[in-house]
Design a protein around this ligand. Sequence first.
Ligand SMILES: *[C@@H]1O[C@H](CO)[C@@H](O)[C@H](O)[C@H]1NC(C)=O
Ligand SMILES: *[C@@H]1O[C@H](CO)[C@@H](O)[C@H](O)[C@H]1NC(C)=O
Ligand SMILES: *[C@@H]1O[C@H](CO)[C@@H](O)[C@H](O)[C@H]1NC(C)=O
Ligand SMILES: *[C@@H]1O[C@H](CO)[C@@H](O)[C@H](O)[C@H]1NC(C)=O
Ligand SMILES: *[C@@H]1O[C@H](CO)[C@@H](O)[C@H](O)[C@H]1NC(C)=O
Ligand SMILES: *[C@@H]1O[C@H](CO)[C@@H](O)[C@H](O)[C@H]1NC(C)=O
Ligand SMILES: *[C@@H]1O[C@H](CO)[C@@H](O)[C@H](O)[C@H]1NC(C)=O
Ligand SMILES: *[C@@H]1O[C@H](CO)[C@@H](O)[C@H](O)[C@H]1NC(C)=O
Length: 322
Amino acid sequence: MAASLNRNVFLLFISVLCFCHAVYGQWPIPYRRYKSRPISNSYCKAGVIPFCPTGQIANSMPKFKPDDKVQLYALKKPVWQFKFGDTLGKFHIMHDALGISNLNTGMNYTMEWYELFQLFNCTFPHVVNDSLLWCNQGAACIYGGIEDRLWKENGTLQLVATTNGDVFNQFAEWVLWDNTTGLYYETWTVRDKPDGKMWFDSFDCASWVLRAFQEFGKLGVKFDQTVKLNYTRINLFSDMPKYLGNQSMVFANKTLGNDIMKFYSKFQAHVAGPLLIEHLISALEEILIQNKFYFFYNEEYWFLPMKSPHVKLTYNEIPLPS
Ligand SMILES: *[C@@H]1O[C@H](CO)[C@@H](O)[C@H](O)[C@H]1NC(C)=O
Ligand SMILES: *[C@@H]1O[C@H](CO)[C@@H](O)[C@H](O)[C@H]1NC(C)=O
Ligand SMILES: *[C@@H]1O[C@H](CO)[C@@H](O)[C@H](O)[C@H]1NC(C)=O
Ligand SMILES: *[C@@H]1O[C@H](CO)[C@@H](O)[C@H](O)[C@H]1NC(C)=O
Ligand SMILES: *[C@@H]1O[C@H](CO)[C@@H](O)[C@H](O)[C@H]1NC(C)=O
Ligand SMILES: *[C@@H]1O[C@H](CO)[C@@H](O)[C@H](O)[C@H]1NC(C)=O
Ligand SMILES: *[C@@H]1O[C@H](CO)[C@@H](O)[C@H](O)[C@H]1NC(C)=O
Ligand SMILES: *[C@@H]1O[C@H](CO)[C@@H](O)[C@H](O)[C@H]1NC(C)=O
């Protein structure tokens, strides 16, 4: 009896160990790639500005002659500059993009990866019909021209490398692949502590620019190493996250489903306001006294046992590929 009990405990221990390994085996949790991009729920509507109003038609990229001379620019501007000028820039809340200049054709292009339905919709779901609905897709937008003043005046317009049309054309294929497989925006970076182990990486405009630079690096592009660039991150701090499951799994448990809805019901102002970030941080401060956060990643929920300093904005340097 005791022996079989021990054996069962041992098996349980092993299976828990295996489960933990399968789920917690690698941190940060890899961002999920998909086979194709679904159309968002018709409930999701862009309020202030539509996504990519002047962009190229979907799934197309400009094609360059192989020996065209091509310059790459790092672009930054304060988030919502069109509405609030450089206000958010003062807090280092910056939007990142990539500028491409074809010196042979004289054509300029701007490439950005951003939210289809704005930042708040990518950060919190809507509580609708006793359920949660996310409008959290992000995608790449490419349009003609680089609006010098827009980037330079309160941000950055910085030449980082020179390459050729052949490399650009290979990069363009990567952009299209990335755009059909990486679908969901992630606002937060989740860490153990400042500079500590990362549990989840963000997936936002800055991470797209960083991926793009890496891709150019892999294609052999040499970057100007004297250029230093910092990137905005909104960090959450927690002990090891606990996996909860996808929407149908968490809602199968009434207590859990209700608790998650209660949590998100505090974040239902899905509009851009001048003090949005400030409201957000203060609402978070309040809720984080309870040290709990229901986090959504790869279309699955996790419980974050939050701890001090809970939430923090950072603007640190990430070197260009060498
Ligand atoms: C967020 O999504 C809701 C629902 O689709 C929409 O009404 C609202 O305009 C969106 N917010 C912004 C800022 O686009
Ligand atoms: C990326 O996908 C979005 C959403 O389908 C689309 O609007 C956009 O044009 C695509 N971008 C490119 C460069 O194909
Ligand atoms: C830069 O910020 C100032 C001060 O907020 C604002 O007046 C100006 O319009 C901004 N520049 C651009 C290009 O938006
Ligand atoms: C292209 O953009 C670069 C960087 O903003 C600028 O220096 C250049 O004048 C632009 N070229 C054209 C033809 O607009
Ligand atoms: C919510 O329920 C109403 C009534 O059944 C329905 O008309 C509406 O489409 C539902 N909304 C969503 C987003 O599913
Ligand atoms: C949720 O996960 C379960 C178990 O892994 C799976 O059977 C189900 O299809 C998933 N549901 C959704 C909506 O992804
Ligand atoms: C349901 O969720 C609650 C709250 O997270 C948890 O305490 C409970 O054990 C769960 N019940 C089942 C059957 O998983
Ligand atoms: C940029 O990042 C570096 C190192 O991460 C930091 O020392 C510096 O203060 C940052 N610059 C700004 C303007 O925050």
